[in-house]
Design a protein around this ligand. Structure first.
Ligand code: ZN
Length: 247
C-alpha cells in the first residue's frame, strides 16, 4: 500500500531540501525504502538541491522554508499544495524547474545516444552492402579482391581483370583537418613508392573509397600503403604509414 502512495513531487523536492517536518520526512523516508521510482526522482531533486544550497547563502533559505511549512502544517493546510508567490517558494519552483531541466537534459542525452547508435548501425549496413557489392563484382566480372587489415584500419581493394583499375575501400579512418589528406601508395618490391591518389574522409562517414589507375597491374606491386600528407599530396611518403599491407 505504501509503495502505491507516492509522495507528491513537491514533498520529494522539499525532502531533498530537508524542508519537511520530521513526521513528514519520516513517512517519505519509509516510502523511499519501498519505491525505486521515488528514489530515482529524489536523486535528481537532490542533485539540484545541492546546487541550490551551494548557490544561495547557507542556512537561511532552508530555515525559512522549514518555518513556513511548519506554520502551514500547524494551520492544518495541506503541505503538498505550494502557494504561488513569495521568496520562500521561489526556491521550490527553482528546484522543480531545475529538476525538470535536468530530466529533460537526461532524456535528450539518451535520445542522442540512441540516434548515434542508429547512425552506427546505418554505417555498418552500408559497409555490408558495399562488401556484398564487391563480392558480386568478383563473381560476375572476374575481378579480384584483396583484404587489407591493420590494427586500426580495415578495407579491401577490388582489382579489375587486367589489374590496371582498382577501387580501394577503407573503413575506420578519422576525418582530417582541411590542411591534410590521406595518400595511397603502391610500393614495388624494389624502388620508390608510387602515389595512387589522395582522398578525404568526410565527417560522419566511416568508409572511404579511392579509384586507382595503374599503368602496370596493381598485383605487380608488393605492398599498398596509406599515409597522412599535406593537402594535395606529396611526391613521396613523409609520415609513417597508417596502413601497410601486402597485395
Ligand atoms: Zn513512490
Amino acid at each position: 500500500m505504501e509503495a502505491l502512495n507516492h509522495p507528491s513531487s513537491e514533498d520529494l523536492s522539499s525532502y531533498a531540501l530537508q524542508a519537511l517536518d520530521p513526521n513528514e520526512a519520516q513517512s517519505v523516508a519509509e516510502h523511499l525504502l519501498t519505491c525505486q521510482e521515488c528514489r530515482q526522482q529524489l536523486k535528481a531533486y537532490s542533485a539540484v538541491a545541492d546546487g541550490l544550497l551551494f548557490a544561495v547563502p547557507p542556512k537561511t533559505p532552508p530555515a525559512q522554508l522549514r518555518s513556513s511549512l511548519e506554520a502551514r502544517i500547524a494551520a492544518g493546510r495541506p503541505v503538498a499544495a505550494p502557494p504561488r508567490r513569495g521568496f520562500r517558494f521561489s526556491i521550490f519552483q527553482a528546484a522543480l524547474g531545475a529538476a525538470v531541466v535536468v530530466l529533460l537534459a537526461v532524456t535528450a542525452y539518451l535520445a542522442y545516444q540512441v540516434n548515434d547508435l542508429k547512425q552506427q548501425q546505418q554505417a555498418l549496413l552500408q559497409l555490408l552492402q558495399q562488401n556484398q557489392t564487391s563480392l558480386a563484382l568478383i563473381s560476375q566480372l572476374g575481378v579480384s579482391v584483396i583484404p587489407l587489415q591493420t590494427n586500426q584500419v580495415a578495407g579491401n581493394i577490388v582489382i579489375s581483370p587486367d589489374g590496371q583499375n582498382g577501387v580501394l575501400f577503407v573503413h575506420g579512418l578519422s576525418p582530417l583537418d582541411p590542411n591534410h589528406t590521406y595518400q595511397v601508395w603502391l610500393i614495388p618490391a624494389s624502388g620508390s613508392p608510387q602515389s595512387a591518389g589522395v582522398f578525404q574522409v568526410p565527417q560522419n562517414q566511416s568508409t572511404s573509397y579511392l579509384s586507382i589507375r595503374s599503368p602496370v597491374p596493381i598485383q605487380d606491386f608488393s605492398n599498398i600503403g596509406i599515409t597522412v600528407e599535406p593537402s594535395g599530396g606529396s611526391q613521396a611518403p613523409t609520415t609513417e604509414p597508417i596502413l601497410l599491407d601486402n597485395i
